[in-house]
Design a protein around this ligand. Structure first.
Ligand SMILES: Cc1ncc(C[n+]2csc(CCOP(=O)(O)OP(=O)(O)O)c2C)c(N)n1
Ligand SMILES: [Mg+2]
Length: 281
């Protein structure tokens, strides 16, 4: 189990992997990947039972990235965890790649479900959670939804079904970065109060800073929050977290960087890695 300091360093390396994919492809969904990458790192390096050498290991914990456009975060962490060689990152955006613009379980071992059309991941997770319970598995299911994904009505059928079936082996993070594709979630389609809605649907909720690894690890250590109930974590985050000139700016939802901008972003992440490594030594 990796503790907060190590997770922070892993997340910084994963951020460098995200930039490596952007350098290869010339464009990608930066903002949402970087808001959730600390959570994805905590899941893979601290919490989940999984084996990069055996991605289909029986009784593994499952992770489904419901907001599939944030997949740069998952690819970056899978590479960091050893699911595939780092060189594969350089195929992002190229024909025949194993790491396409949205995750594909038929292309990349370690991906549990195809996502990208928003609003489907949670339903898939409820099915997996029920299947695991039926088969007597101790496996748990984790997912991340975007705050701009919540208006998809299918989510609410899944929230209701998960609670009705008492899937306490299911944990959903809502990555509340306050932005979606074209503006603030408040302006485009306000779903607040999210925690109250989820509680009224029968979920047990916690609210954290989703870019603070101490808080992310602590909340993950506490699931299920209540026996017989699914767990939801309202994770307040910053879109494009870690690249100061892009933080909280909707223009970096999908980023087509100019070479000098990418140089600047890489320099900042490398400086973060150096500072964290020094602090760990
Ligand atoms: C069904 C569906 N409708 C529209 C889109 C286009 N789309 C891609 S990302 C996005 C915004 C999602 O916002 P959010 O979930 O908050 O993601 P984040 O802020 O983390 O990038 C939209 C509307 C989609 N992928 N699927
Ligand atoms: Mg968002």
């Amino acid at each position: 189990m990796t503790e907060a300091g190590d997770c922070r360093l892993r997340a910084a390396s994963a951020r460098a992997n995200v930039l490596r994919m952007l350098r290869s492809s010339g464009a990608g969904h930066l903002g949402g990947a970087l808001s959730c990458i600390d959570i994805v790192s905590a899941l893979y390096f601290h919490t989940m039972r999984h084996d990069p050498a055996d991605p289909r290991m029986a009784d593994r914990d499952r992770f489904v990235l419901s907001a599939g456009h944030k997949c740069l975060a998952q690819y970056a962490v899978l590479a960091e965890a050893g699911y595939f060689p780092l060189e594969v990152l350089d195929s992002y955006g190229k024909l025949g790649t194993k790491i396409p613009g949205h995750p594909d379980m038929h292309k990349l071992p370690g991906i549990e479900a195809n996502t990208g059309a928003l609003g489907h991941g949670l339903s898939i997770c409820v099915g997996i959670a029920l299947g695991l319970r039926l088969s007597g598995s101790q496996g748990r299911v984790f997912t991340i939804l975007g705050d701009g994904e919540l208006p998809e009505g299918s989510n609410w059928e899944a929230f209701a079904a998960a609670a009705f079936h008492q899937t306490d082996n299911l944990t959903a993070f809502i990555d509340v970065n306050g932005l979606q594709i074209s503006g603030t979630t408040q302006d485009v389609m306000n779903m607040e109060p999210i925690a109250e809605k989820l509680r009224s649907f029968g979920w047990e909720t916690r609210t954290i800073d989703g870019n603070d690894l101490e808080q992310v690890l602590a909340v993950l250590d506490a699931v299920p929050f209540q026996t017989g109930k699914p767990s939801a974590v309202i994770a307040h985050t910053v879109k494009s977290k870690g690249i100061s000139f892009a933080e909280g700016d909707v223009n970096y939802h999908y980023w087509k960087p100019k070479p000098d901008e990418l140089d600047l972003a890489e320099a900042e992440i490398q400086a973060t890695i150096a500072a964290l490594s020094k602090a760990q030594a």
